[in-house]
Design a protein around this ligand. Sequence first.
Ligand SMILES: [Zn+2]
Length: 503
Amino acid sequence: MPFYVTTPIYYVNAEPHLGHAYSTIAADVLARHRRQRGEDVFFLTGTDEHGEPVAQAAERQGLTPQQLVDQNAPRFREMGERIGASNDFFIRTTDPEHVARVQEVVQRVHDNGHVYEGTYEGWYCPRCADFKTESELGEGNTCAIHEIRLEREREQNWFFRLSAFEDELKRLYAERPDFVAPSFRRNEALSFIEGGLQDVSLSRAKLSWGVPLPWQREQVVYVWFDALLNYYTALSYAREEEDLTDRFWPASWHVIGKDILKFHCVYWPAFLLAAGLEPPERLYVHGYLLMGEKKMSKSLGNVLDPNEVVERFGSDALRFYCFREVSFGQDGNVSAAGFETRYETELANDWGNLASRTLAMIERYRGGVVPDGEVDPVLGEGEDALAGIDGVVRELLDRAELSQALEAIWARVRRLNRYVEETKPWELAKDAAQSDRLDRVLYNLAEGVRTLALVLHPYIPETSGRLLDALSEGNRELDAFGARAGGAHVERIPPLFPKLEAR
Ligand SMILES: [Zn+2]
């Protein structure tokens, strides 16, 4: 089964921030989960490098645009590495292969009769060297960035006949009710389409830093179409020896932020249809992590800086926090104080402590070997039953419900903690007559922790990997699920998530 997931490509002019990391981690969790299912996975991220803001920033710094993007793109690549992204390729829209492929597709749209020459009229900012849409305008028709009054200007450029795809898009949305998730975002996209579509510029005449239009080389492809096409072009050259397009197109999931919904959920499928290409299978539109509360925290001050979190607490702590604190899909507040609370109560106490206790008790009471046992029926009952958690996670992640799947896992983490309190292995260990009972409890703890580490692996790969190693579990696939017999050697390891005061 092929599975192809993408992040938005990030505009290379900005510094990488938490919002970029958020999209990347989300796509990474989906990619890792599918690899665990033995699927054929391709995970793409990268940078968007054309457009006038880049050309202008370069000029200010006395660089060519190419020099500037060569200098900035590695920051995004490094961000991915820091947060544990397992992408299979990193695309840059200045890659010559991307440029050539964009021209090919745009030419096809032209040849299919979906473009025409027209006059674009709009509010033009000479400092941005770009037209502003009504929504981008500041008060009194000013540029929101430069705060200068703008003039109406006209230019001759090429238009994409978006309006001609209105019915086809409506049909697509009707036939595939889960094309865009969550459903309130689908409704937003659909109401935009139902409001009537206007044709959009496919090229710009006043701009220079971009992909030349193949039939009129003094114009460049409007940066949005250039950028969107990355999802398609990357497959043709990500591997030297193989064109992956037939294997992975159409994309299984585009993970995007809500600010780029219109381009992805309306323009993009229409443009693909115009080129005779299949639209993506599904798009997931996530919300924003808002830096709300500025409450002092013990160790991070009052600002949640993702780099500092990763440096001091590890990438897993950041990955976990993003999907625990805010329900994926919604907007929500994040804060340094909130991070610390989650870290301490959930990662250090609920999970880290459960793992440490389990390893320590098996070492102390059974010489580091998991005893033979059978699954305790109490762990197989009720809403938080350990058995079947892999199925629950599969089903939720099929819909990209990242927070709900993590919550389902966490209910089992809490269940296993209660099991320790209910069975009190340290008391069983004092009574030789309870030896069989102790075997069974330790077996269930070892199996429970191993099982949960497997389903947690896509979210917190680094610490889950260490824990699975300590449990002598070399496999990371969900096929390794289900009861394993006793006999495995376990090893005590330093705390997965050291307590705050120990830092
Ligand atoms: Zn401006």
